[in-house]
Design a protein around this ligand. Structure first.
Ligand code: GLU
Length: 365
């Protein structure tokens, strides 16, 4: 048995688990998830459901299954499918006497501290009222905010788990967990029960397998594991069709693959490190050294400013760190210019205002 002791759980369910082969929603499956969430609720365990399936459902609804879709068509499918998906969740939870609340997120919700605090408030209030938050990415408008792929609910669920202080993230999918080789082509493939560290070998095992309707594969799940582990949250990848998978995992049964947590970052540091950066500050070697020694970033160490951002937003600092800026991008550009001019004219007195305070900088590997 595993000792997880989870009090707040995020359950992410993939499109291929929610939808049948023809793209329609498997209502019986949703009802079974609701039953398990109800059972956990009765024991004082809070659940947040991260649901995929909007694009798949919308695609089936409009007879577009099997067609190649560009981003705009996927956005349209999500717009159609999300409403159907939410009604299906509402009906499923109603059967078990519970209400659901739709939470549509973009990565921007995690980039501004004010928006993140608003999100926390709303989700805490849903819990207080006994409603279950059902989260999905707001695919209709999210496309310009996503760094890597369009609509990756694996990463989204890990960010939700991290920001909402969940202690367990369960990714329910159509495979039993992480295998050392591809189980579809290699009958000797063995399931890995526990991963304590994401090594190059683990990344290689994840491969690049993808599926037409859903976005994820093992690769995005491993990226999610990195976020969860560094946030002090356990993560389990398991087969969503294993009977009562959610309850059994919460109870510590050894289903699927467990990724064990490392507590590395504080809550505030986590917010900074996992925020989607709004721009970049390119800095010189001296400033890099100063930051590594725990000092603030001053305008004189900045070589250039990329992107447009406001005061209080998160930016990348070279490839080494992320930080919350004290000034907007245009103010910083002006400060850098003033500093350069003063130096050239020999009037620089070295008393610069910090662009990013030391306590607002988090170094990463
Ligand atoms: N947000 C997408 C949807 O609802 C799913 C993304 C994913 O499969 O990770 O269809």
């Amino acid at each position: 048995m595993r000792k997880l002791d989870a009090k707040r759980v995020v359950v992410k369910i993939g499109t291929n688990t929610i939808c049948r082969a023809d793209g329609t929603i498997d209502q019986g499956y949703l009802e079974d998830v609701a039953r398990q969430v109800r059972e956990l609720h009765g024991r004082g365990v809070q659940s947040i459901v991260v649901t995929s399936g909007a694009i798949g459902t919308g695609s089936a609804e409009m007879g577009l299954d099997g067609k190649n879709k560009d981003v705009a068509m996927k956005q349209a499918c999500a717009a159609v499918g999300q409403a159907i998906l939410m009604m299906a969740w509402r009906d499923a939870f109603r059967l078990h006497g519970m209400t659901v609340g739709q939470v549509l997120l973009t990565y921007g919700a995690f980039s501004s501290r004010a928006r993140y605090l608003d999100l926390r408030k709303a989700i805490d209030e849903l819990f207080r009222l006994g409603a279950v938050p059902i989260v999905n990415e707001n695919d209709v408008i999210a496309t310009d905010e996503i760094e890597e792929v369009f609509g990756d609910n694996d990463k989204l669920s890990a960010l939700v788990a991290s920001k909402m202080d969940a202690d367990l993230l369960i990714l329910l999918t159509d495979v039993d967990g992480l295998y050392d080789r591809n189980p579809e082509t290699d009958s000797d493939a063995r399931l890995i029960p526990t991963v304590d560290e994401i090594t190059k070998d683990i990344e290689r095992m994840a491969g690049t397998r993808k599926n037409e309707r859903s976005t994820g594969g093992m690769r995005t799940k491993i990226n999610a594991a990195k976020v969860a582990m560094e946030s002090g949250c356990s993560m389990v990848i398991a087969n969503g069709h294993e009977p009562s998978a959610i309850v059994r995992i919460v109870d510590g049964e050894e289903l699927g693959t467990l990724f064990t947590p490392h507590v590395r970052y504080s809550n505030r540091e986590r917010w900074i490190i996992f925020a989607c950066p709004r721009g970049k500050l390119n800095i010189d070697e001296g400033a890099e050294k100063a930051i590594r020694e725990g000092k603030s970033l001053l305008p004189c160490g900045i070589l250039s400013v990329e992107g447009r951002f406001k005061k209080g937003e998160v930016v990348r600092i070279n490839g080494m760190a992320k930080g919350v800026v004290n000034h907007s991008s245009s103010e910083i550009a002006a400060m850098v210019e003033a500093c350069r001019r003063e130096k050239a004219e020999g009037r620089h007195n070295g008393h610069d205002r910090a662009v990013v305070e030391s306590e607002d900088i988090v170094l990463h590997d």
